[in-house]
Design a protein around this ligand. Structure first.
Ligand code: PBG
Length: 322
């Protein structure tokens, strides 16, 4: 038996050769850095379960945004912490809310930065659910108006893209209508279209102080066992006017990133969520894995699966390495 003609190792012998035949390339342009903004000035509150991530007041967020831009990352997504929470989360659409203030400060210093805002109620409601509560359950249709108000308030403050993450039915359409009626027909919507009820959001709920005070989110976020349903969710959001659709989390759902991209051929974002970040950081800090290599491997895998955009707490660090 002669040795087979083919030796795949021939093209792996030097870094130059590997570069020439590399199929997937990660660019800083693919990355979106999440930031948590809180009230006050000069505030930098480290988050225990997410080493390297902090809650920042609008002035500190503006400073951080400048560094992120300097690293080559084109976009950030803002999550807001309110001064006070109430039953309907009314600070979500306050012109003096931390997100609204942060957008203005960031735009003043770094106008080229694409500012995306997370649109949801859970950070703003005293019960921690993503919508208004009626009879012990989230009232879908009543919540739509609140989300539209919040999105409009973000866009009025200068947000470039709004990203609803609540998983209420019909919210993309409701937000699209509100933006169009108010002269913002060119503001894109990035929909958290296939968002699963995941244990990997744990550290985020510390960061955003948004853990539900009773029950859980399984009546509105998706069952991890379902794949076809994700395609239906994406189809609905696209019909309602979504410009970018998101799969979240990323790592346990790479098959869905792939299926969504193959099926719809539209811009797809994937969220490398807080728990995924925390696991890599924790193992890295313990010396159990090479954190920088692990992070880059994860990001390239998400891109290879079909994501155009990756929301990741590693964005600034990864962009510097690229
Ligand atoms: C708000 C929201 C969550 C995340 C993004 N937007 C938390 C949740 O649904 O409980 C999670 C992000 C992360 O874990 O990094 N609804």
């Amino acid at each position: 038996m002669p040795f087979p003609l083919n030796r795949p190792r021939r093209l792996r012998r030097t870094e130059m050769l590997r570069r020439m035949v590399r199929e997937t390339r990660l660019s800083p342009d693919n990355l979106i850095q999440p930031l948590f903004v809180c009230p006050g000035r000069g505030v930098n509150n480290p988050i225990n379960s997410m080493p390297g991530v902090a809650q920042l007041s609008p002035d500190m967020a503006a400073r951080e945004a400048r560094e992120i831009a300097a690293a080559g990352v084109p976009a950030i997504i803002l999550f807001g912490l309110p001064e006070h929470k109430d039953a309907i989360g009314s600070e979500a659409w306050s012109d003096s809310g931390s997100v609204q203030r942060a957008i203005r400060e960031i735009k003043e210093h770094t106008p080229e930065m694409v500012v995306i805002t997370d649109v949801c109620m859970c950070e703003y409601t005293d019960h921690g659910h993503c919508g208004m509560i009626k009879d012990g359950d989230v009232d879908n249709d009543a919540t739509l108006e609140l989300l539209a108000r919040e999105a409009l308030s973000h866009v009025r403050a200068g947000a470039d893209i709004v990203a609803p993450s609540d998983m209420m039915d019909g919210r993309v359409g409701a937000i699209r209508r509100a933006l169009d009626e108010n002269g913002f027909c060119l503001t894109p919507i990035m929909a958290y279209a296939a968002k699963y009820a995941s244990a990997f959001y744990g550290p985020f709920r510390d960061a955003a102080q948004s853990a539900p005070q009773f029950g859980d989110r399984r009546s509105y976020q998706m069952d991890p066992a379902n794949g076809d349903e994700a395609l239906r969710e994406v189809a609905l959001d696209l019909e309602e006017g979504a410009d970018i659709v998101m799969v979240k989390p990323a790592l346990s759902y790479l098959d869905l990133i792939w299926r969504v991209k193959q099926e719809f051929r539209c811009p797809v974002a994937a969220y490398n969520v807080s728990g995924e970040y925390a696991m890599v950081r924790a193992a890295g800090l313990n010396g159990w894995i090479d954190e920088r290599r692990a992070a880059m491997e994860i990001l390239i895998a998400i891109k290879r699966a079909g994501a155009d955009l990756i929301l990741t707490y590693f964005a600034k660090q990864a962009a510097r390495e690229l």
